[in-house]
Design a protein around this ligand. Structure first.
Ligand SMILES: [Fe+2]
Ligand SMILES: [Fe+2]
Length: 476
C-alpha cells in the first residue's frame, strides 16, 4: 500500500516529498492552476460551501472524504492506483515483458501526445459547464455539477503529474499550455471537437456526462492497459471517480424523462407543443439532444481505419477496454469487417485487426450507451407512455472518419445533402428547442426543499444525506 501524504501542499501517494525538484515544479504550476480555476471554473459559486467528496487514498473502501469545502480550497491530489510489481505488458509486440516505469525514448512523443490529449479534455469540460450553476434545477444537482467539475480538475492534476515527472521540459511546457487553451475559443481551442461545443443547458449537461464522460471511461479503460505503468495506474484511479460522472448523466436524463412522461400521463397529452405548455421537456427534444451528444462523442474515438491506433496497440501504449476479455492479445492475425463510406457509397471492408482498434473501442462504448438508453425507455414505459429513445446510426452526423463525407438520416439511410439539411431540425436540437429549454431554466433553485418542474427528484441523496440536505450553501 502506498503511503498518502496529506500534510503537503499537494496531497499525494507518489512520495512527492522524496523528489524536491518535481515537488517544486508542481508547486510552481499550482498557482497557475488556481488562477485558471477562478477564471474558468464554476462562475458565481467560488465562495460557497459545497458538500463534496475528495479523494484521499486509493483504498477500495474509504478512498473518499465527504464534507463542506469551498471549491478553490478543494484538495486536488495526485493519486495512482497501487503498483503491481509483477505486472507485464498485456498486448501488442512486447506482450509478456515487464511494464515500463520510465518512458522509452522511442515512444516519448507518441506517449506525450496521448497524455496531453486526455489531459486537455479535463479542463475543457469544466470550461464548457462553467455557467450552468446559475440555472440549476436544485441544490442536489448543483452539488453534482461541482463534484464533476472538481474531479475533472483532479484528472488534470493526474495527467500534469505524468507530464512533469516523465517528460522534462516538454512536459512542463505542455502543462502550461493545458491552462492556456480555452473550450470553443477559435484562436486557442481545446484539442478535440466535442470539447469545444457549447454545453448551455442542463439537458446538454446530463447528455454530456452520460455520453462524453463515457467516452472518457473508454479512453481510460484503454489507457489503463498501457505498458507505461504510471499512466495505467493513474487511469485506473481516475475510473473510480468517472463512474459518478456517468451516474449524474444517466440519472439526470432518467429524471427528465420520468417527469415528462408523468405529466403526459397525468394530463393525457402527447403532442410536443402540449407537453411544452406543461413546462416539461418533450421527448422528441430529448431524442434530438441525445442524437447530438452521442454523435459528437463517437467522433472522439477517431477514424474507423487508423494506422495511429495500430501503432499505439503494437507498441503497447494503448490497449483495448478490458483487454483480458479478448482471446488474441497480439491481433496480428484476423480482421474486422466494417461498414465504410467509399466513393460515395457504403462499402464493406475487412480491415486488419490492429487498424480497426478505434472501431473496436467504439463498439464497446456504444453497447454501454445502449444499456443506459434501455433504462430510460423503461422509465418512459413505466408511465404508460409509448415512446422509445434510440441511439442513432454511427453513419449519422459524423465529423470524423469516412462517414464525415456522407449524409445519412438517424437510421443510417444515405440521403442527399439538401434532404439532410431540410430535415436537420427534426434530428438535432433546433434554435427553437434551445430557446425553449433555456426558457425553462431562467431561475436557479437554491432552496433545498425545491426542485424545478421539468425534472423528477432523485431516488436518494448523496452519501446517505436527505434529498433536502443543503448540498450547497448559496446566498441568492
Ligand atoms: Fe475526467
Ligand atoms: Fe468525467
Amino acid at each position: 500500500m502506498t503511503t498518502v501524504d496529506h500534510g503537503e501542499r499537494i496531497p499525494n501517494n507518489v512520495n512527492l516529498a522524496g523528489d524536491k525538484r518535481l515537488q517544486r515544479a508542481l508547486e510552481a504550476w499550482q498557482p497557475n492552476y488556481l488562477k485558471w480555476w477562478r477564471e474558468m471554473g464554476p462562475s458565481g459559486f467560488q465562495e460557497d460551501d459545497v458538500y463534496l467528496r475528495t479523494a484521499i487514498s486509493v483504498e477500495t473502501d474509504g478512498w473518499a472524504h465527504f464534507g463542506y469545502v469551498k471549491m478553490p480550497d478543494y484538495r486536488w491530489g495526485i493519486f495512482l492506483s497501487d503498483e503491481d510489481p509483477d505486472r507485464t505488458i498485456g498486448f501488442g509486440d512486447q506482450m509478456g515483458q515487464p511494464v515500463w516505469k520510465e518512458v522509452p525514448g522511442e515512444h516519448r512523443n507518441a506517449l506525450r501526445r496521448l497524455i496531453v490529449t486526455q489531459a486537455d479534455t479535463e479542463p475543457a469540460s469544466v470550461e464548457q459547464q462553467r455557467m450552468l450553476g446559475n440555472t440549476c434545477p436544485s441544490v442536489y444537482d448543483l452539488r453534482n455539477l461541482f463534484q464533476v467539475n472538481v474531479e475533472e480538475g483532479r484528472h488534470l492534476w493526474a495527467m500534469v503529474y505524468l507530464l512533469h515527472s516523465h517528460f522534462g521540459r516538454d512536459g512542463r511546457e505542455e502543462a502550461e499550455a493545458l491552462l492556456e487553451r480555452r473550450s470553443g475559443d477559435p484562436d486557442k481551442p481545446r484539442i478535440l471537437g466535442a470539447f469545444n461545443e457549447p454545453c448551455t443547458n442542463w439537458l446538454d449537461f446530463f447528455m454530456f456526462t452520460f455520453f462524453t464522460d463515457r467516452d472518457g471511461k473508454y479512453q481510460l479503460l484503454a489507457l489503463a492497459e498501457s505498458a507505461f505503468d504510471p499512466l495505467s495506474r493513474s487511469a485506473r484511479f481516475m475510473l473510480t471517480e468517472e463512474a459518478h460522472h456517468m451516474f449524474v448523466g444517466e440519472t439526470g436524463v432518467q429524471r427528465i424523462v420520468e417527469r415528462t412522461a408523468q405529466l403526459m400521463k397525468q394530463h393525457g397529452v402527447e403532442r410536443p407543443e402540449d407537453v411544452r405548455k406543461l413546462g416539461a421537456i418533450d421527448l422528441p427534444t430529448v431524442q434530438r439532444t441525445l442524437n447530438l451528444w452521442f454523435t459528437l462523442s463517437i467522433d472522439l474515438f477517431g477514424g474507423e481505419v487508423s494506422s495511429n491506433a495500430a501503432s499505439s496497440f503494437a507498441t503497447g501504449l494503448k490497449g483495448r477496454a478490458h483487454e483480458d476479455q479478448f482471446e488474441d492479445h497480439v491481433a496480428l492475425a484476423g480482421s474486422y469487417r466494417m461498414e465504410l463510406f467509399r466513393g460515395g457509397a457504403m462499402a464493406h471492408e475487412d480491415v486488419p485487426m490492429r487498424n480497426a482498434m478505434n472501431e473496436v473501442l467504439r463498439d464497446g462504448y456504444i453497447a454501454d450507451c445502449q444499456r443506459g438508453v434501455d433504462k430510460w425507455n423503461k422509465t418512459i414505459a413505466s408511465q404508460g407512455i409509448d415512446f422509445t429513445l434510440t441511439l442513432p446510426s454511427r453513419r449519422f452526423h459524423r465529423h470524423i472518419g469516412t462517414w464525415a463525407e456522407a449524409f445519412a438520416d438517424p437510421s443510417g439511410t444515405l440521403i442527399g445533402k439538401d434532404q439532410w439539411e431540410a430535415a436537420r431540425d427534426h434530428w438535432l436540437p433546433s434554435a427553437g428547442d434551445r430557446a425553449y429549454i433555456q426558457s425553462l431554466m431562467q431561475r436557479p433553485i437554491y432552496d433545498p426543499t425545491q426542485m424545478a418542474n421539468w425534472i423528477a427528484p432523485p431516488k436518494q441523496g448523496i452519501k446517505g444525506r436527505a434529498l433536502d440536505f443543503q448540498y450547497v450553501r448559496h446566498e441568492a
